[in-house]
Design a binder for this molecule. Structure first.
Ligand code: MG
Length: 394
């Protein structure tokens, strides 16, 4: 990805609800503090080109100390510029300061703005946020409110009964096209109005409106010190494994496509779709683990719309359904049995392509190359056989 994505972490508040003693962003968590945990999650994705931390005006030192408390932080991310910008009197002003700082120093294509007190977001949420921001120019993760929602007036009288399915409880990171949110913030800076968050500033001054996508229930904003204890011990509630298998005949006049990558060979996979056995096995393992069905029920080979279909697109569709059920991928492990041609030279490229299709880290995907030891249909180069197993959690 060549797009430059900057991240702004806002940690300029005074934390009065924590008793005003220690800022919540500076409380210990994992290898360092809440702040270093947040920063690490973003930078771990490998998709962030620069980071700005907004600190309380006049106190950059405690902020640097909070990052340094994770001894390896600056060593692990030595290649990524980390900037510090002074906060303002309000969150809006703090974000404005960070954006004008970025304008002078980094000029990114996109920016994600995140609350420093939300340390429990996953790397997947960061990846999703970047993807939706690039696609829609403005994006925000949200949860459907779990309680019935009412609007009340100053006398605590209900004045409106709201329909829950039309409501979104929004989180951060809020992602934007950089130039668009910068110019909206510049206008908002002088219009004398108060805004609830950056999506409102975007939607007030930009033509395009913010796209809301499913966020994470664990992505809470720490309000009280006990929130840290409760949530850091929050365990994965469910894990599931899935097994996928596929076998395709190799015939002349067809392309050999493995994991979305075309491998030059005199034969290719026979199939209704493009015949990519590896992606079919992966699709089946993910659908199986989530209990949603299998590739045959999702994409029947009697349906003409799937003739010569791009299996990467089919996998993406199935994966989206699995993700919509709240599942996240822990890892995917595959075995490709192919006598000829040699698969090993293409392995890295195939692993990276699968990671791209699923929008996960390449180190979550592994593909092993085996032959048929000259035995059977695989051994005589008349077939490709594939096994795939995955681990999902939520
Ligand atoms: Mg197949």
């Amino acid at each position: 990805m060549n797009d430059q994505v900057a991240v702004v972490i806002v940690a300029a508040g005074s934390s009065t609800r924590m008793g005003g003693r220690i800022k919540k962003e500076y409380l210990p968590l994992n290898k360092g503090t809440v702040l270093s945990t947040v920063a690490r999650t973003f930078l771990n994705t490998g998709l962030v080109s620069s980071l700005v931390i907004v600190h309380p005006a006049g106190d950059v030192d405690s902020c640097k100390e909070a990052l340094n408390s994770d001894k390896d932080f600056f060593k692990d991310f030595a290649h990524i510029p980390v900037y510090f910008a002074a906060g303002g009197n309000s969150r809006q002003e703090s974000v404005f300061n960070a954006l004008t700082f970025l304008e002078k120093n980094a000029k990114p294509d996109y920016v994600l703005i995140h609350d420093g007190a939300r340390p429990f977001l996953s790397e997947e949420l960061v990846r999703l946020s970047i993807r939706h921001t690039i696609e829609h120019k403005a994006s925000v993760p949200y949860l459907e409110p779990s309680e019935t929602q009412k609007e009340i007036n100053g006398n605590k009288i209900i004045v409106r009964h709201l329909e829950r399915r039309t409501l979104a409880s929004v989180q951060t990171p809020q992602g934007f096209d950089f130039n668009a949110i910068l110019s909206a913030h510049k206008t908002a800076h002088t219009d004398g109005k108060t805004y609830t968050d950056d999506t409102e500033i975007n939607d007030t001054y930009n033509e395009f409106k913010t796209f809301a996508f499913t966020g994470e229930s664990q992505n809470i904003k720490i309000t009280y010190p006990q929130d840290i204890k409760q949530n850091s011990s929050m365990e994965t509630k469910m894990i599931r494994t899935g097994l996928g298998y596929d076998l395709h005949k190799l015939v002349e006049g067809r392309k050999l496509i493995v994991g979305g990558i075309e491998i030059p060979f005199e034969k290719g996979e026979l199939g209704h779709s493009d015949g990519d056995a590896l992606l079919h096995a992966i699709t089946d393992s993910l659908l199986g683990a989530s209990g949603l069905g299998d590739i045959g029920s999702f994409f029947p080979d009697t349906d003409p719309q799937f003739k010569d279909a791009d299996s990467a697109m089919l996998l993406q569709k199935a994966w989206k359904c699995v993700q919509d059920k709240g599942w996240k991928l822990e890892n995917l492990d595959c075995v490709v049995l192919l006598e000829k041609p040699k698969f090993l030279p293409y392995r890295t490229q195939v692993q990276e392509n699968i990671a791209k299709i699923l929008n996960v880290n390449p180190d979550q995907i592994f593909v092993k190359a085996k032959t048929g030891e000259k035995l059977g249909d695989v051994g005589s180069s008349n077939a490709i056989e594939v096994f795939a197993t995955c681990l999902l959690r939520k």
